[in-house]
Design a protein around this ligand. Structure first.
Ligand code: NCW
Length: 450
């Protein structure tokens, strides 16, 4: 059973939904630059996206119809502070304040994410997260967020999927800003990001003393191939451990969570990276280790692990023809059982599922409805697994579905649909999918209909 105060919600991010307005005064973000270089699968950009900048009132009315009680969204840093550190854009302040007010009028609890990837280009030009000043830049941004929105919001999340910022943005170059930096620089960038998290938590504690504050990393979940204790132990070791391929270091769980919750980097990583590490000071670790209220986790899939004859970690082959989402992500419902369970065992903190969901090939049927039974089947299995983790004692605080509506899926443009609400991009008309009606019942019954 989910607890009585379980948070049920839907999530989205600024860049993926808002779009632009000629009068909005926004600055340029690294994603604006990246899309202008033709890096998007369908050649699109996010200039319109879901046009939430003009349609948020309609969207909150739709959410109300769907029985949504909480909305996790992000503030665009480069919209709020166009060059990242200078003058505050009052048009953005008014916009986000009105958004927060409208949400509350519709009985929807806001969860603000400070950073969901669209970093100000002006700061990237100074080196971005590799610049030692970068934590301070984020601190200032957090101050502006606190000063302007803390009276309207009780829940904050500092970073969304920091692993993607570092790994996709700086190691692989698949995401903005499209860099492929040496290990030494990417480790330092991650350290600066973690310091920025610590500074933001401190600032938000001052500005919003009663708020709950969390942080939302991600990772594929290593889950045991069987219930044998040795497989469970091997999966756990892999989940918090490191991939032998150093280029995958940025997907790691413990490197991004141990410092925040336990105040230290994992020894396995320190040993692995010894030739490329910067000096790790006690002061930095204390800063990163600010008390937080919950661990947010974006969980989409996992991979099976078993123990070899000598207990070593063995990657189990997936079944031939295993199910995948339209992203090509494997469908592995038990990741929503094992992930939260492992995390709770290691960190003893409330776990908030900040994202989960699937991309489907949705289309309007002849009756104009969107019959996304595949998504319902996916969610039914995934959320039931989460419930099992809660029943067995993991403290699960809530679940946000990704996403509220179809939106701009980064390098996949508009080709991938994650929403509970269908967006017809030419007309921008919204239609609640079958899954949206189904999820309404899940929220209303606190998961008792699963
Ligand atoms: S990781 C990822 N997503 C989706 C996105 O819409 C959301 O903003 C993110 O928080 C859903 O959840 C997260 N999308 C990026 C996928 C890139 C995968 C590239 C792998 C290359 C090896």
């Amino acid at each position: 059973m989910f607890r009585d105060d379980f948070v049920w919600g839907v999530a989205a991010s600024a860049y993926q939904t808002e779009g632009r307005d000629v009068n909005d005064g926004a600055g340029v973000s690294i994603w604006d630059t990246f899309v202008s270089k033709g890096k998007i699968a369908d050649g699109s950009n996010a200039d319109v996206a879901c046009d939430m900048i003009h349609r948020y009132k309609e969207d909150f009315a739709i959410m109300k119809t769907m029985g949504v009680k909480a909305y996790r969204f992000s503030i665009s840093w480069s919209r709020l502070i166009p060059d990242g550190i200078g003058e505050v854009n009052e048009a953005a302040v008014s916009f986000y304040r009105d958004m927060l007010i409208t949400m509350r009028e519709n009985g929807i609890k806001p969860f603000i994410t400070l950073f969901h990837w669209e970093y100000p280009q002006a700061l990237e030009d100074k080196g971005g997260w590799v610049n030692p000043e970068s934590p301070k830049w984020f601190e200032r941004y957090a101050q502006v967020v606190g000063d302007n929105f803390a009276d309207l919001c009780d829940d904050f999340i500092t970073f969304n999927e920091p692993q993607c910022t570092i790994n996709l943005g700086y190691v692989r170059g698949y995401h903005a800003p499209g860099k492929e930096l040496p290990l030494k620089d990417t480790l330092f960038a991650a350290h600066n990001l973690l310091k920025a998290h610590g500074l933001a938590v401190k600032v938000l504690r001052q500005k919003a003393p009663n708020a709950r504050i969390g942080y939302a990393p991600t990772c594929g979940v290593a889950y045991p191939a069987s219930d044998a204790p040795k497989d469970i132990e091997a999966a756990k070791r892999r989940y918090f451990g490191f991939d032998e391929d150093l280029a995958n270091w940025g997907w790691n769980v413990s490197w991004f969570l141990d410092p925040v919750i336990l105040g230290r980097y994992p020894q396995e990583g320190i040993d692995l990276f010894k030739d490329d590490l910067f000096e790790i000071t006690k002061e930095d670790m204390e800063l990163i280790n600010q008390p937080i209220d919950f661990i947010g986790q974006n969980i989409y899939n996992g991979y099976p692990i078993k123990a070899g004859d000598n207990g070593e970690i063995v990657y189990e082959k997936r079944d031939r023809g295993y199910n995948q989402t339209a992203m090509g992500w494997p469908i592995t419902p038990s990741c929503l059982y094992w992930g939260p369970k492992f995390l709770y065992e290691r960190y003893h903190k409330d776990i908030l599922i900040t994202e989960n969901g699937m991309a489907c090939c949705d289309y309007p049927a002849p009756d104009s409805a969107i019959h996304d039974g595949e998504r319902i089947a996916f969610l039914d299995k995934y959320i039931s697994n989460l419930q099992k983790a809660a029943d067995e004692g993991a403290s699960i605080m809530g679940y946000f579905h990704w996403s509220y509506c179809d939106n701009f899926e980064w390098t996949d443009g508009y080709t991938k649909r994650f929403g509970l609400v269908y967006v017809d991009y030419p007309s921008l008309k919204r239609t609640i999918k079958d899954s949206g009606f189904w999820f309404k019942e899940v929220m209303e019954t606190n998961g008792k209909n699963l």
